[in-house]
Design a protein around this ligand. Structure first.
Ligand code: PLP
Length: 272
């Protein structure tokens, strides 16, 4: 990774505290947000997930303080790109024991990633652990994704299952699939990140199109038999999966096109 412009606790020239609990224990959370024309179109959704995370990890956080940081940083950075907000449990406490002291706030900027024309999925051997207490959160411990990524050649994206054999998500995005029974997305009660884009599609886009979608357990055989598949996240939006190792039929994208069009109508930055 290269050095990124960073704001620490609201200061452009702030430094990372060597006692930060995020560094030592992964005791913190992050949001990776699409910056579009100087605004963060999904800010409210990111904030909601962050609050679920801070409540679960016991990190005090004040919306106005974070929003002021974001505004100050955005005024100094390019109008388009990606902003990563990281909130850690601060630098206090006795080893693992947290003293509930003030959090540390970090903001990083990076340019938009190069768009990808296709996604070819491979099922990773690495399995996600089942842990309902942490499931859904975007916490700083991402060793599962690091180990899964180590298995993948550059031209493949990963599909991750949990230790019970249920399909959970992509390496860095949530999964939706159109089966003979309609649209499904994996239930994330035991593992996986509850993506902001996934929440937005479930709450806004599928209902607007009159498309039913179920959050449910998904088996790998259903993925292999799917008619359409896509991955989504809050930076790249929706990306159709064009192939999956082990499947012998071509994937369609007819309804995915409708879903993408509706998303782009409401949030034009996701048009590409
Ligand atoms: C493991 C994982 N799951 C899901 C997502 C999708 O989350 P979001 O829609 O909030 O970007 C991400 C995003 O980076 C991720 O890393």
């Amino acid at each position: 990774m290269t050095d990124l412009p960073v704001f620490v606790n609201g200061a452009a020239d702030g430094t990372v505290n060597s006692a930060d609990r995020g560094l030592h224990y992964g005791h913190g959370l992050f949001e990776t947000m699409r910056l579009c024309g100087g605004t963060l179109p999904l800010w409210d959704w990111h904030w909601s997930r962050l609050c679920r995370g801070t409540a679960a990890l016991g990190i005090p956080l004040d919306r106005e303080t974070v929003w002021n940081d974001v505004r100050r940083a955005c005024s100094q950075w390019p109008a388009d790109g990606v902003i990563k907000l990281m909130v850690t449990a601060g630098s206090g406490g006795m080893a693992y024991r947290h003293d509930g002291g003030p959090c540390n706030r970090y903001l990083f900027y990076r340019p938009l990633p190069v768009p990808r024309d296709f996604i070819h999925l491979r099922v990773c051997d690495y399995r996600l652990p089942v842990n309902p207490r942490l499931a859904g959160l975007k916490h700083l411990n991402r060793l599962d994704q690091v180990l899964a990524a180590n298995e993948l050649p550059p031209d493949r994206d990963g599909l991750l299952l949990d230790t019970e054999g249920r399909v959970i998500e992509g390496l860095a995005g949530n999964l939706f699939l159109r089966t003979a029974d309609g649209w499904l997305t994996p239930d994330l009660g035991g593992a996986g990140v509850r993506g902001v884009m996934r929440d937005y599609l479930l709450a806004e886009i599928f209902p607007a199109l009159g498309l039913a979608v179920r959050e449910t357990g998904v088996a790998l055989s259903q993925v292999h038999a799917a008619r359409e598949l896509f991955l989504c996240n809050a930076v790249r939006g929706i990306q159709a999966v064009t192939a999956i190792d082990g499947s012998d039929h071509p994937l369609a994208a007819d309804e995915i096109r409708r879903i993408k069009t509706e998303l782009a109508r409401r949030l034009p930055c996701f048009a590409a």
